[in-house]
Design a protein around this ligand. Structure first.
Ligand SMILES: Cc1cc2nc3c(=O)[nH]c(=O)nc-3n(C[C@H](O)[C@H](O)[C@H](O)COP(=O)(O)OP(=O)(O)OC[C@H]3O[C@@H](n4cnc5c(N)ncnc54)[C@H](O)[C@@H]3O)c2cc1C
Length: 462
C-alpha cells in the first residue's frame, strides 16, 4: 500500500531534521527516511567525533608543554580506549538528541531504510511505497577510495573506520593533504603515533594561499609529523614490517622515492555524493559529471517539486552550508523570503591547532581577478594575547578591495582563528567598508583586537 505525505525528506543529515521541524510546524505530514544513522556524517563520523578527538589531543599537547608554563605534570600518557569512550559519549548524546527530537515531532514519521525513486513522486523504502507532492534530498556523501596500485591487498581506514580505533597505531600513514587528513595527522601525532602525510600535489591544503600552506606544514613538522609532497605515483605492497596488529604495508610515494613502512593506512583523498543508488533517473533528476545533483540558486532541481540540500548538491561541503541550505529552502517555501545560495560568503575552518579560520577569497584569487586590492598581514608573534598564551604559530591576513573598501577575504591561522574570523565575516556580510571594523574598539587583550590594527596597516597588493 502506498502511504501519502505532504513532503518526503531523504537523509537525516544536517538539513533534513530541521526542515522536518519547519514543515511539520507549518502543519504538513512529513516522512523522513534514513538508511544508516540519524544525524548523518557530522554527528556520527565527521565534525563532532573529530573535534572531540582534537580536544583530547590538545589536552595531551598542553600537558606535554606544561614545563614551559612552570607546570609539572609528570610523564604524559594517552589511554586510547578512554579517548575513544569520551568521543563516543559526546557523539552518542548528540545523535540521541536528534533522534529524540524527530521521534517527538508531531506530524513526522521516521522510516529506517534505503530510499529509491520509483517515479518523480514515489520512493520505495524496503517493501513500503511513499508518495508526496514535495521531495527533499539530503543524502550527503562518503569517502572516495582512490585507485592506488596494491590497495586491494592492504587493509585501510577511512574517516568512518578510524573512529573505531581504541589502540594507538605505531605508524599511521595518511594519503591526502587536505582538511580531514591534516586533522587526523595532528591528533594521532599528539596521541603518540608516528605519522606521515603523503600528498599528491606540491603543498598541503592546496586551495589556500601558499603562505598558509607553508605555515601549516611548519606547524605539523614542528610536532614531528613527516610530510611527503609530490607523491604522484603512490603504490602499496602488503608487508608485515614487524608492526603486527593491523595490515602492515609499504608505500612508495613516487617513482624512485624511498618507501614508507606503515602499520595503519588512512585514505583521505576526497568525498563523493551518495546519489548513485537513489534512482534519480526514475524521477528525471539531473546530476553533473561527478554525481552532484544540479540545483538552482534556491536549491531546486530540474524537477519542479524536488530539492537537494547539503553535500549532495555540490554547493558546499560543510555542516554550516547544509544547515544554510535548509534555511534557504524553508525561507522560500514557508516565509515568502527569497533567500539564495549566492547570498552566502564562503567560510570554513581547518581544525588543526592552531586552527585556520577562512572567509571569502584567497589573495591568489583576488590577484587572478585583476582588481586593485590592499593586503594586511600580521604574524601571531605580534599578537599580545598569543604571546601571553605561548601560542604564537601562524599569522592573520586580510585582503580588501581598494576601490569599494569592502573586505574580499581573510585567513586567520592562529590561536582562536576559528572564532576571530567571524568578526571579519560579519562585516563582509553587511557589505560595510573595512573602516567599520578598523575603527571599532576591540577588547584588550584578545586576538581580535589586532584585526583593526592589521587593517590600519594595509599595503597595496603587489
Ligand atoms: C572527518 C570529517 C570531519 C568533518 N569536519 C567538519 C567540520 O569540522 N565542520 C564542518 O562544517 N564540516 C565538517 N565535515 C563535513 C560535514 O560533516 C558534512 O559537510 C555534513 O555532515 C554534510 O551534511 P549533509 O546534511 O549534506 O549530509 P550527511 O550528514 O552526510 O547526511 C546524509 C544522510 O543521508 C543518508 N542517506 C544517504 N542516501 C540515502 C538513501 N538513499 N536513503 C536513505 N538515507 C540516505 C545517509 O545515511 C546520511 O545519514 C567533516 C566531514 C568529515 C568526513
Amino acid at each position: 500500500m502506498t502511504q501519502r505525505f505532504d513532503s518526503i525528506i531523504v537523509g537525516a543529515g544536517q538539513a533534513g531534521p530541521p526542515l522536518a521541524g519547519r514543515l511539520t510546524g507549518a502543519g504538513q505530514r512529513v516522512a523522513l527516511v534514513e538508511r544508516k544513522l540519524i544525524g548523518g556524517t557530522c554527528v556520527n563520523n565527521g565534525c563532532i567525533p573529530t573535534k572531540t578527538l582534537v580536544a583530547s589531543a590538545h589536552a595531551a599537547h598542553v600537558a606535554r608543554r606544561g614545563g614551559e608554563y612552570g607546570i609539572g605534570t609528570g610523564a604524559v600518557s594517552v589511554d586510547m580506549a578512554k579517548v575513544k569512550a569520551r568521543k563516543d559519549g559526546v557523539m552518542l548524546n548528540d545523535r540521541k538528541a536528534v533522534e529524540d527530537w524527530l521521534e517527538s515531532m508531531d506530524g513526522c514519521t521516521v522510516f529506517r531504510g534505503h530510499a529509491r525513486f520509483e517515479d518523480a513522486h514515489t520512493l520505495r523504502v524496503g517493501d513500503q511505497l511513499l508518495q508526496a507532492d514535495r521531495i527533499f534530498l539530503n543524502v550527503g556523501g562518503r569517502a572516495v577510495a582512490p585507485d592506488i596500485p596494491g590497495l586491494a591487498d592492504v587493509e585501510f581506514l577511512t574517516n568512518v573506520s578510524i573512529l573505531e580505533l581504541d589502540t594507538l597505531p605505531e605508524h599511521l600513514v595518511i594519503v591526502g593533504g587536505s582538511y580531514i587528513a591534516l586533522e587526523f595527522a595532528q591528533m594521532y601525532r599528539r596521541f603518540g603515533a608516528k605519522v606521515t602525510v603523503v600528498e599528491r600535489g606540491p603543498r598541503l591544503a592546496s586551495r589556500e594561499d601558499e603562505d598558509v600552506s607553508v605555515s601549516i606544514r611548519e606547524i605539523l613538522e614542528a610536532e614531528g609529523i613527516d610530510v611527503v609532497v609530490n607523491a604522484d605515483d603512490v603504490r602499496l605492497i602488503k608487508r608485515d614490517n614487524g608492526f603486527g596488529g593491523f595490515g602492515g604495508f609499504e608505500l612508495t610515494p613516487s617513482a624512485g622515492a624511498a618507501t614508507i613502512a606503515g602499520s595503519h593506512l588512512l585514505l583521505a583523498v576526497g568525498r563523493k555524493p551518495n546519489t548513485g543508488d537513489l534512482g534519480l533517473d526514475a524521477a528525471g533528476v539531473q546530476t553533473d559529471a561527478r554525481g552532484y545533483i544540479v540545483v538552482d540558486d534556491q536549491l531546486k532541481t530540474n524537477v519542479d517539486h524536488i530539492w537537494a540540500l547539503g553535500d549532495c548538491n555540490g554547493k558546499g561541503a560543510f555542516t554550516h552550508t547544509s544547515y544554510n541550505d535548509f534555511e534557504i529552502v524553508a525561507a522560500n517555501l514557508l516565509d515568502g523570503d527569497s533567500r539564495r545560495v549566492s547570498d552566502r560568503i564562503l567560510t570554513y575552518a581547518l581544525y588543526i591547532d592552531p586552527p585556520l579560520g577562512r572567509a571569502g577569497m584567497t589573495v591568489a584569487q583576488v590577484r587572478a581577478s585583476g582588481r586593485k586590492a590592499l593586503v594586511g598581514k600580521r604574524p601571531m608573534t605580534k599578537v599580545g594575547r598569543a604571546v601571553e598564551k605561548g601560542e604564537t604559530q601562524g599569522f592573520m591576513k586580510i585582503v580588501v578591495d581598494a576601490d569599494t573598501h569592502q573586505i574580499l577575504g581573510a585567513a586567520i591561522l592562529g590561536v582562536g582563528g576559528d572564532e576571530v574570523i567571524h568578526a571579519i565575516l560579519d562585516v563582509m556580510s553587511a557589505k560595510a567598508p573595512y573602516t567599520t571594523l578598523s575603527r571599532t574598539m576591540h577588547i584588550h587583550p584578545t586576538v581580535s583586537e589586532l584585526v583593526p590594527t592589521m587593517l590600519q596597516e594595509m599595503e597595496p597588493l603587489a
